[in-house]
Design a protein around this ligand. Structure first.
Ligand code: GTP
Ligand code: MG
Length: 140
């Protein structure tokens, strides 16, 4: 077991439906600690950089449109095995395939409007955290 930090986004479908508290309750219930959090309106440049790995995918334009369509809440979550723990509690990308009790099964609308993002590895977590937070904004 290792104490890790992961990067999380509560996506526009969550802020639009006033679900940030409901999602945070699931996050905290899973034993993850929210050690940094802020609500922002992502610019297109920020969204394109963040999801750059998907630039060639057919849904990229739709993804950037969605991520800039309303405010998001960016977060740093800390806990034992935080990366895998959060991926588990998020559930599958497509909510139709997500397990009962997961954030996406409970709240997501579709494969695009799927409520949350979570980093998929230690290296990507570090890059994603650094894109949105200065070191002194994270208080563990
Ligand atoms: P993230 O935590 O957001 O990275 O989700 P993920 O790791 O579960 O999925 P992935 O990295 O493969 O895809 C990134 C995001 O692109 C997804 O969360 C969706 O919001 C979006 N996405 C993936 N597939 C589709 C698709 O077929 N259509 C649309 N509109 N969006 C998609
Ligand atoms: Mg991903």
């Amino acid at each position: 077991m290792a104490l890790e930090r992961t990067f999380s986004i509560l996506k526009p479908d969550a802020t639009r439906r006033n679900l940030t508290g409901a999602v945070n309750a699931i996050i905290e219930g899973a034993g993850l600690r929210i050690v940094a959090q802020k609500r922002i309106l992502m610019t297109r440049a920020q969204a394109e950089t963040f999801y750059g790995i998907h630039a060639a995918r057919p849904f990229f334009g739709e993804l950037v449109d969605f991520m800039t369509s309303a405010p998001v809440v960016v977060q740093v979550l800390e806990g034992e095995n935080a990366i895998a723990t959060y991926r588990d509690v998020m559930g599958a990308t497509n909510p139709a395939n997500a397990a009962e009790g997961t954030i996406r099964k409970t709240h997501a609308l579709s494969v695009g409007e799927n409520t949350v993002h979570g980093s998929d590895a230690l290296e990507t977590a570090a890059i994603e955290i650094a894109q949105f937070f200065a070191g002194n904004e994270i208080v563990g």
